[in-house]
Ligand binder design. Structure first.
Ligand SMILES: [Zn+2]
Length: 223
């Protein structure tokens, strides 16, 4: 008699690190955590997930919002302007914010619970007081490179995964720029935190990503 019992499949080995991929951690800084000045909802949960995700990638980089205190994105550096107001400044559209992520202040530091061992390079953003880069790749002029593109190409990266803290839309802009630069691009949606906003805005962002062929997935698809 044949034994009808089906043998149990062997336990699958964890997948190897994604060889051609880079994980881009956008602005995982203390400012956006509960103790910071610009807390984003449920931001702490992202740090724990990030620590699990990082080991799945061969290349991991981080951005760090890093403003001089004279930065013109801060409403307090203009006369009679308020946070949230949209102004034209030197041919850029600035949505004015409160003071945040000022260089060498505690708020600008990366989250203390974030494991640093996997992060190969940190790219500062927003260092020029008159320019506000909304993307990990370019300053606001869409020409001045932060050096990230060159860094990734030197390491033969063809695919980027984007996630992080995005009160100013930095995750969205980074993903769209990555796509326009020819990288296969994925956004890990459950690891993105934005300011609270209406569903219609969230849907518009998701549609813009789809239109640009940016893939949206969950951390569980990677872990
Ligand atoms: Zn900023």
């Amino acid at each position: 008699m044949m034994d009808n019992e089906t043998p149990l499949p062997p336990t699958p080995a964890p997948p190897p690190p994604r060889e051609k991929s880079c994980l881009i951690l956008v602005d995982l800084q203390r400012e956006f955590l509960p103790a910071g000045g610009w807390e984003l909802p449920d931001s702490e949960a992202v740090i724990a997930l990030t620590n699990r995700l990082q080991r799945r990638f061969r290349v991991v980089v981080a951005t760090q919002d890093w403003h001089p205190k004279t930065h013109k994105i801060f409403a307090s550096n203009h006369d009679k302007r308020e946070v949230g107001q949209v102004i034209d400044f030197k041919r850029q559209v600035f949505k004015l914010t409160g003071v945040h992520c000022v260089q060498k202040t505690p708020g600008a530091e990366l989250a203390s619970a974030l494991v640093r061992d996997y992060i190969q390079k940190i790219f500062p953003r927003g260092q020029d007081a008159d320019l506000n880069g909304y993307s990990a790749f370019f300053e606001n002029d869409h020409r001045t490179s932060t050096g990230l593109t060159e860094f990734l190409r030197a390491r033969k990266v063809t695919e980027v995964y984007v996630m992080g803290f995005s009160p100013d839309g930095a995750v969205q802009h980074t993903a769209l720029d990555a796509r326009s630069l020819g990288f296969r691009t994925l956004v890990i949606t459950d690891c993105v935190r934005t300011l609270p906003r209406p569903d219609s805005e969230k849907e518009a962002d998701a549609r813009a990503l789809e239109a640009a062929e940016v893939i949206q997935l969950q951390s569980q698809d990677i872990l």
